[in-house]
Design a protein around this ligand. Structure first.
Ligand code: SF4
Length: 237
């Protein structure tokens, strides 16, 4: 549960701070696709600050594993926002722990509206997730939500319940639906494009800004990562 790598995009003047570890245990976790193993070393807070001071950055993105499990996160986001004066964003979070106040934006994954689902498939309760989502929104943070469409597990009816919950806070909150990408050792399949479109339509009954991403195969997903300029970066620590 610590930062193990910093990457940099000169084009976007952005540092990405990569955390290892998560407090959930989702079967479908995409990190399984990468075969991620425990890093050999972790970076100390002073080392991270030194690297950030040497970079030409306008944004700092905190990514996972689950970044809120990093014990020094609030010290680091306070430093990046208040001392370096850059935009701070948590690229994705499961929402189980509240992020620090010094975060400008966050994307929260809401996996289901069902407590039973959370207990079975993540090993945690969904109550803190839903409550924290509300708190983050009420703080005025630029928050968006996402869910993974998994045939036979998270389908249009589930997406509809999540969208209804979000819309009660604000129907303009952006909601992103991602098609499940099969990971090794898990039996669920890719959704078809028509299936995920049904999920999008269900969400649009409640929300104004719904988008989706869908790949016809894991290989196409990997190719997108390799080509998309948003993902091009160099490792600086
Ligand atoms: S919350 Fe995200 S990072 Fe953590 S296990 Fe689930 S999918 Fe993976």
């Amino acid at each position: 549960m610590a930062i193990h790598k910093i990457t940099y995009s000169e084009e976007f003047k952005r540092a990405n701070l990569h955390n290892y570890g998560c407090n959930f245990n989702c079967n479908w976790c995409l990190y399984k696709l990468e075969g991620r193993s425990k890093p050999e070393k972790f970076l100390k807070l002073d080392e991270i600050k030194k690297v950030l001071c040497e970079l030409d950055i306008e944004r700092a993105h905190f990514v996972g594993g689950e970044i809120t499990t990093y014990p020094q996160l609030s010290k680091l986001t306070d430093f990046t926002k208040n001392e370096l004066g850059v935009y701070t964003k948590i690229g994705h979070s499961n929402g189980f722990k509240l992020p620090p106040e010094s975060i400008d934006a966050i994307s929260v994954s809401i996996k289901s509206f069902s407590e039973d689902f959370y207990q079975r498939f993540t090993g945690q309760s969904n109550k803190p997730v839903l409550e924290n989502f509300r708190t983050i929104y009420e703080r005025g943070v630029d928050v968006d939500a996402s869910s993974v469409y998994i045939p036979g597990l998270v389908e249009a009816d589930e997406i509809s319940s999540i969208a209804e919950f979000i819309a009660k806070l604000d129907p303009e909150i952006t909601y992103h639906i991602t098609g499940y990408i099969p990971v090794p050792g898990v039996s669920w399949r890719l959704p078809t494009y028509d299936e995920i479109l049904k999920g999008k339509s269900a969400a649009e009954e409640y929300l104004e800004n719904v988008n989706l991403s869908w790949f016809p195969s894991p290989d196409e997903y990997v190719k997108m990562i390799q080509k998309n300029p948003e993902y091009q970066k160099i490792t600086v620590a």
